[in-house]
Every structure is written in C-alpha cells, then in structure tokens.
Design a protein around this ligand. Structure first.
Ligand code: FES
Length: 189
C-alpha cells in the first residue's frame, strides 16, 4: 500500500539548532525546497534525542524519523551527536525486530552552512519513506494503546478472522491499599 497525493507520509526531523536547524533555515531562505511534510523539531543537540521520542513519533503516526546533528567532531556538547548515532543505530535494528523497516529512522550529520545539502538529504529521505508506505500502525479506537494492523497471511500459521486481532488484557487495578511507611530509625548518638 502506498501514499496518494492527499496522504503524504508524516516525517519528523529532530534537528540540532546549531547545525541542521540553521541549515534547514538556510535551505528555505536560499529556495532549496524540501518537502512540507517534513516536520522539524529543534533541539539544543541531537544528544537530547531520546529513543522514546523516536518511538513515540511512530506511535503518533510518523512514517519516518530523521535525526540531523552536527558534523563529527563539531558537536557543541562534544559527543552528543555520537550518542545520537548510537541510538539511531540501535533503533534501526529494533524497528526491524518489531516488523518495521529500519530505513524509517536515519541520522545525518551536517553543518549550518549546508543548506542545499540539507534539502537534498531531506528530499531523499522523504522519498525513501514514501516508497516504504505507511507503517501499518494504528491506535485502538477509544484507548491510548496502539497495535499493528493484522495482515491476512496465507501461510500455515495464518490466524483465523476471529484471532486476527488479539484482545488486549484488561489492566490490573492498582491496589488502593497505601503502603505503610516504615518508621525511620534514628540512631542514638
Ligand atoms: Fe549539534 Fe550536538 S550540538 S549535535
């Protein structure tokens, strides 16, 4: 399943404000176009990019996430871009494990003066995401949970229609009994 003109993929770009954010700004002012569906989130450093932020983006409907940081050796916080690279590499494998394509998350390194390069890499990434199509993730109506859309398989382990979406277990109620605080033992001095 692909995208129609009306349903462009949403792509999030976590951009370091010292480099990629400025490069995106320069691309705009220099009229190097990049797709309007690339939503930029400015960060003080890509080292601030948490894996949870990226996974949450997918949960919230993004089809791809770009992390754009300073060139190697030019991070204003010394090694923030290296940590970001490690997290992106880890997430690439994790996405594959959970059935999404690892290409949906990518890190680029760029300087503030590379406006044209930013536009080129952003266009290339959005094109990759467009070719991959939607993630197939959807939120269960009426709840905050999300679940993969069950694809019908023709293999021997195919689920029946009734089994295609596993029911979610009811969450256990929280025990309302408050914990007794332990008295603080104070030593006699
Ligand atoms: Fe730009 Fe760290 S300050 S990636």
């Amino acid at each position: 399943m692909g995208y129609s003109v009306k349903t462009e993929p949403q792509v999030i770009a976590f951009c370091c404000m010292h480099c990629a954010y400025a490069a995106a700004d320069l691309a705009g002012s220099s009229r190097f176009g990049y797709p309007a569906n690339l939503k930029i989130v400015a960060l003080p450093c890509t080292g601030r990019t948490d894996m949870g932020h990226i996974l949450q983006s997918f949960e919230d409907g993004a089809a791809g996430v770009l992390v754009a940081g300073c060139l190697p050796g030019r991070c204003h916080y010394v090694s923030g871009n290296l940590y970001a690279r490690q997290r992106v590499d880890y997430l690439t494998g994790l996405l594959e494990e959970i059935g999404l394509q690892g290409e949906r998350v990518r890190m680029i390194n760029i300087s503030a003066g590379m406006g044209a390069k930013f536009a080129e890499l952003a266009n290339e990434f959005v094109e990759t995401i467009r070719a991959l199509g939607p993630t197939g993730l959807t939120r269960k109506p009426g709840s905050g949970d999300f679940q993969p859309i069950a694809e019908k398989s023709t293999g021997p382990s195919a689920l029946t229609d009734n089994e295609s979406v596993l029911p979610l277990a009811d969450p256990k109620p929280i025990d309302p009994k408050p914990m007794d605080p332990k008295p603080i033992e104070r030593g006699v001095t």
